[in-house]
Ligand binder design. Sequence first.
Ligand code: SAH
Length: 365
Amino acid sequence: MNEEKAHLAGLSLSELADFVKEFGEPPFRARQLFHNLQARRLRDFDEMTDLPKPLRARLADRATPATLTVESRYISEDGTRRLLMRTHDNLPVETVFIPEERRDTICFSSQSGCPLKCDFCLTAQLGLLRTLTAGEIVEQIIIALNDAYGVSVEPPRGTNLVAMGAGEPMLAFEPLMQALRVMADKEGLFIVPNRVTVSTAGVVPRIRELATTLDRPHLAISLSAPTNELRDRLMPINKRWPLDELMRACKDFEKSLKAGERFTFEYVMLDGVNDSDEHARQLAKLLNRYNLKAKINLIPHNPAESLPYLPSSMERIESFKRVLAAKGLHAFVRRPRGRDIYAACGQLAARRVNAITQLPIVQRA
Ligand code: SAH
């Protein structure tokens, strides 16, 4: 992949129009290209048979629809799929496809690796390799859709997206918002922001910025501790933006919620660390002090041998949930998906696992 080539997957229709103009082609070519790239999800100019062959050759010289390559693909016993990909500069990118009863979900990455050093997360151990481009974000969705349903096949029930893969999406704010704009186009993927949830470890200025963004995605906040003392230890980002600042930003964000919309707090349940009834009372106190009307997702920790934590027992989680309920707070327990293939929350660390379910890549995704 040549660095100088234009990456077309991250361009909106109007940006493609500019590209086509510079290329000396008539404007309708932009619409054709956008349709091929985003609606048909084609990743090779040669498959765009409505374009004249010489034009395809000229395009291939100057631009590319595909910068990511799929290195391996793992399928969990629960049907979850993890795609391990490489960027043109050989960095790992992971995307997880989660089949669900109502509507399937794609969990995508915003960075290769992650700069935040959350103590319980495997991705943290990679450090930040680099922030992904808008094109690399859109490509992940295209590849995951093609892999799950087949090239050009419409997802039967639409798709939800969650920015909960590797990286901190709020530190990839511009490319992320650009990708969301491109994906929302009804002539293309047509995945509107209302179907997208962005999760943050608590980058306060970006939470405030998101609140003022038109057609914004939903927000989830990774909390995982009810006090600064504990959160400083588990999530060092708390030293930069401590709980009171984070809660005030959440309170302000509430003003931007639409009718029926709630934001979510995620709370990773770590055995013997943040999961006692006392922690639940502290959490309730914190959220009630700000009168925050949020859902709480309790995530049983997904263990790995290099992480010094174990998941809380189901009984412990249920007890934690009961304490919250008694204080008027509703919590849900997130069922772990794809743990066996390192696809679950906090497990994306470009692992190559020797699972019998690993399938060879026989066709280009
Ligand atoms: N950086 C963003 C986006 C990642 S979302 C954020 O922190 O929100 C990934 C979610 O998985 C976060 O809520 C994170 O707290 C959680 N997580 C990290 N490691 C985990 C683990 N080992 N087990 C369960 N959840 C984990």
